[in-house]
Design a protein around this ligand. Structure first.
Ligand code: FAD
Length: 489
C-alpha cells in the first residue's frame, strides 16, 4: 500500500498532525521508534499553555503560540484531555523590571492576546496568589494561560486519529529513507513503508531524519531542563508563576499541576547526549533556589520525584516548519517551547503546506472529532460507582493507593487504541506510580496485569520498551536450577 502521508514521530507534534489530517479522506500512518507514543520531549515538560507574549515578534513560534493557545478551547472539548486556563503571573521583584512587563503587555495586546494586565497593587496580587513572595513589586497577569497534560493530550490525539483511520506503528525506528518517482520508501527494522508525502516530526532526532534525504540546513541541540515535583496538596497555588525571563529561557517557574501537585523548574543546560535525562545535585539546588525566590515557603521536604526533559533547540531558535527542496517532504523540527501550546496551529500550517503540494483534502463524511472521556474512578458519584462495580468488580480492586486507581482503569488503558504496553505507558495514561510511593506498592500488580492482559510472561514486561525489563528471571527457577545442578554434580 502507498500512504498519502507518512508521519515520523509520535510526540505531541506528530500525533496532532495525524489527528488533524485524519479529518480528510487520506491514507495516513505514523511511525514511532519507542514502545509508547509521547516518550520524547512530550513526556517531560512544564505543560503550560502559554499566552504568547514571551517570544520576540520576528519568531514564527510567537504567532503560532498565540494562535495555538486559542485553539485549545475547542480541542479540549472535543478530545477530553485535562486542560484549564488558570492564568499566569510574570513576577517583577525590582522596580526596574516593570518596564519589561509593560512592554510585553502592550505588544501582546496588539498581537491579540486577551486580558493581559500589569498589576502593581500588592494587596490585589497577594489576594490572587497568597503564596507569592512579599518582595513582589508587580506582575504581568495573563488570564488566557493555562495548563494541559501533555501526554494525556497526546494519547487523546492518537486515539482520535485511530478512530478516524490513521495507522500507528510503534517500535518502528526509521533508519533509512529513499525518494524516487515521487514516492518515499521509509525503512524501519520492522519493514518498509511507502508514501507520497513524508512529515518529519522526530523531535531531537529531526536533523538526522532530514539528513537521510541529503538535507543538512539545520542542527538540533539538546537542552536539558530539570524539575522537582511535590506531593499533592503540599502547597496550594492558584497561578503559574514565572520570574522575569532570561536570554535563554523563561526561567524557573513554580507551578501547580492539574492533578493537585506542584513543581518547580526547569533550568536550562546545553548537553550533547540526546538520551541523558538524569538529574544533578547542582541542577536541583539551582531550581530550588530559583523557585524559592517566587515562593519562599516551598515545601522542600514534600518532594516526591526529580526528573528532566530535553528541549530540541534548533540553531535558529525558532520552529522549522518547511516544505523542503525534496518534493513532498515537510520538516516540522526544532519544536522547542512553546511547541505544546502551538501544536494545533503547527498542524494547521502543515496542512497548508500539503495543500500547496497538491494533496486533495476532501473532508470524510464520517469524520468524528470527539474522543470520549476515559472513565475515571474519581469522577464517579457513589451511585455510579456502585453500578460500575456490580457490572465489573475490577472497578473495586484498587491497585494504586496513592492515586486511587482501580484495576479496571489499567485494563482500559491497555486495551485503548494505541494502548499501554509498558509500565510507564500505564503510569502516564492513568497514573499508577505517579503518587507519593512512586510505584513502590503498585508496580508488581501493574506488571501482573500487563502480563495477563497482553498474554506475555512477566520477564517480557518492560518499564519503557527494549532493554528496560524489570524482572529478569523467576527466583524459584534459579533455585531449582541450582538444586538440579547440585544433584547432577
Ligand atoms: C523542559 C521543557 C519544558 C517545556 N515546557 C513547555 C511548556 O510549558 N509549554 C509549551 O508549550 N512547550 C513546552 N516545552 C516544549 C514542548 O515540550 C515541545 O515543544 C513538544 O513536546 C515537542 O513535541 P515533539 O512531538 O515535536 O517532540 P517529541 O515529543 O520529542 O517527539 C518526537 C518523537 O519522534 C520519535 N523519533 C525520533 N526519531 C525517530 C525515528 N528515527 N523513527 C521514528 N520515531 C522517531 C521520538 O521517539 C519521539 O517520540 C517544553 C520542553 C521542555 C524540554
Amino acid at each position: 500500500m502507498i500512504y498519502d502521508v507518512i508521519i515520523i514521530g509520535g510526540g505531541v507534534t506528530g500525533c496532532c498532525i495525524a489527528r488533524t489530517l485524519s479529518k480528510y479522506d487520506l491514507k495516513i500512518c505514523l511511525l514511532e521508534k519507542e514502545a509508547e507514543i509521547a516518550s520524547g520531549t512530550t513526556k517531560a515538560n512544564s505543560g503550560v499553555i502559554h499566552a504568547g507574549y514571551a517570544s520576540p515578534r520576528e519568531y514564527v513560534k510567537r504567532h503560532l503560540c498565540i494562535k495555538g493557545n486559542k485553539l485549545y478551547t475547542q480541542a479540549a472539548e472535543e478530545l477530553n484531555f485535562p486542560f484549564e486556563r488558570i492564568g499566569s503571573f510574570v513576577v517583577a521583584l525590582e522596580d526596574n523590571q516593570i518596564k519589561q512587563l509593560e512592554d510585553d503587555r502592550k505588544k501582546g495586546i496588539e498581537d491579540g492576546i486577551p486580558g493581559l494586565e500589569v498589576i502593581l497593587d500588592k494587596n490585589q496580587i497577594k489576594q490572587m496568589e497568597p503564596n507569592l513572595t512579599d518582595e513582589v513589586v508587580g506582575v504581568l497577569h495573563a488570564p488566557s494561560a493555562g495548563l494541559a497534560s501533555p501526554y494525556e493530550l497526546t494519547f487523546a490525539l492518537a486515539e482520535n486519529a485511530v478512530m478516524n483511520g490513521v495507522k500507528f506503528f510503534r517500535n518502528h525506528e526509521v533508519v533509512k529513507i529513499k525518494h524516487q518517482d515521487y514516492t518515499f520508501t521509509v525503512r524501519t527494522y520492522q519493514g518498509e513503508f511507502q508514501g507520497r508525502n513524508l512529515i518529519n516530526a522526530a523531535g531531537l532526532y529531526a536533523a538526522r531524519i532530514s539528513n537521510m534525504l541529503g538535507l543538512d540546513y539545520f542542527s538540533i541541540m539538546p537542552r536539558k531542563g530539570e524539575y522537582i515535583l511535590f506531593d499533592r496538596n503540599a502547597i496550594q497555588l492558584n497561578k503559574i508563576l514565572f520570574p522575569i525571563p532570561t536570554k535563554v529561557s523563561k526561567g524557573i517557574l513554580v507551578c501547580p499541576t492539574l492533578h493537585g501537585n506542584t513543581f518547580i523548574g526547569p533550568n536550562a543546560q546545553n548537553i550533547t547526549d540526546r538520551e541523558d535525562i538524569s538529574t544533578t545535585t547542582a541542577g536541583l539546588k539551582e531550581i530550588l533556589e530559583g523557585g524559592m525566590k517566587l515562593v519562599p515557603n516551598i515545601p522542600a521536604r514534600s518532594s516526591i520525584r526529580n526528573f528532566a526533559g530535553l528541549r530540541a533547540v534548533p540553531d535558529t531558535y525558532d520552529f522549522i516548519i518547511d516544505n523542503t527542496d525534496v518534493y513532498g517532504f515537510i520538516n516540522v523540527a526544532g519544536i522547542l517551547s512553546p511547541g505544546l501550546t502551538a501544536t494545533f496551529a503547527i498542524a494547521e500550517k502543515v496542512i497548508e503546506f500539503l495543500e500547496l503540494l497538491g494533496l486533495e483534502l476532501k473532508v470524510k463524511e464520517d469524520y468524528n472529532p470527539v474522543r470520549p472521556k476515559p472513565e475515571r474512578f474519581k469522577d464517579f458519584t457513589k451511585e455510579e460507582l456502585d453500578k460500575k462495580i456490580q457490572e465489573d468488580p475490577a472497578w473495586a480492586r484498587i491497585i494504586c493507593r496513592c492515586e486511587t486507581i482501580p484495576e479496571k482503569e489499567i485494563i482500559n488503558a491497555i486495551h485503548a487504541s494505541v494502548g499501554a504496553n509498558t509500565i510507564d505507558g500505564i503510569k502516564f495514561r492513568c497514573r499508577p506510580g505517579m503518587g507519593r510511593c512512586q510505584g513502590g506498592f503498585c508496580r508488581p500488580r501493574v506488571i501482573e496485569i500487563l502480563s495477563r492482559e497482553l498474554n506475555k510472561p512477566y520477564e517480557e514486561i518492560t518499564k519503557r520498551g527494549e532493554d528496560t525489563n524489570v524482572l529478569v528471571v523467576k527466583t524459584k527457577d534459579l533455585i531449582l536450577k541450582d538444586v538440579l545442578r547440585g544433584a547432577s554434580e
